[in-house]
Design a protein around this ligand. Structure first.
Ligand SMILES: [Zn+2]
Length: 233
């Protein structure tokens, strides 16, 4: 099968036709307040389009150099969904939000979905966006091992990328977790602590990605991260 987007029902979508043939997000509103319902979706039949790469080891994907990937990690309530939503609204990045993708894949497969499967789906979506000339942000609790996995895969495809781990102080996290209204109930504090511990247990190269966003509005963080991504060469 050729490299590119494909609708399981209508077939191959060429890069030239993709803008007209694919809808990035489903029109029926956002998921959990800040997650757009990314697909992309075939306009003709409504099914989710899939990005295919050739068999064998990952190879460079042709794309304009302006198309990049931001890996946005952080524990629950660190601001990933809000900031990635603003990156898509203000700067046109494709928002690939882990909470939504996990829910989508669960419904598509009718079973529990592993973290690895979710990461694989999100990587393929981001690479596919870059192939269309769009930058993308993957927002999820990406732990050190998975961060390394994403970076190796993006590097193998020669895709310029940057990883950022939102890491406000614990009291800010717990306060946000208590008061945020995107989930029906606050995430148990156990998970807020657990993911911070997991990220802190990572190597120095992961600590270097920590970003304290507690003194910024989500808009300011989105703007800074956009500038960070844009400046990469
Ligand atoms: Zn279709």
């Amino acid at each position: 099968m050729a490299i590119g987007w494909c609708c399981p029902c209508c077939g191959e979508v060429t890069t030239e036709a993709a803008t007209g043939a694919l809808e990035l997000y489903r029109a029926d509103g956002v998921f959990n307040k800040h997650s757009k319902r990314f697909g992309p979706w075939c306009r003709a039949c409504g099914r989710r389009a899939l990005f295919h790469e050739g068999e064998g080891p990952p190879a460079p994907v042709p794309h304009p150099p302006s198309a990049r990937v931001l890996l946005l990690s952080g524990t629950c309530a660190s601001g990933k969904s809000t900031v990635s939503y603003l990156l898509s609204e203000r700067y046109g990045l494709a928002q690939i939000d882990g909470d939504w993708i996990l829910d989508l894949r669960r419904r598509e497969l009718g079973r529990k979905v592993s973290l690895e499967e979710t990461h694989e789906s999100m990587l393929a979506m981001a690479v596919g966006m870059v192939a269309l000339g769009r930058s993308a942000v993957i927002a999820h609790v990406i732990l050190p091992q998975a961060l390394a996995w994403y970076r190796a895969h993006l590097a193998a495809r020669r895709i310029v990328h940057r990883a950022v781990v939102l890491m406000p102080p614990m009291d800010t996290l717990l306060e946000r977790n208590r008061t945020r209204d995107c989930w029906p109930q606050p995430t148990p504090e156990y998970w807020v602590h657990k993911f911070v511990d997991d990220l802190r247990a990572g190597p120095e190269s992961v600590h270097a990605l920590f970003y304290d966003n507690s003194r910024e509005t989500a808009d300011e963080t989105a703007q800074r991260l956009w500038e960070l991504l844009r400046r990469l060469s």
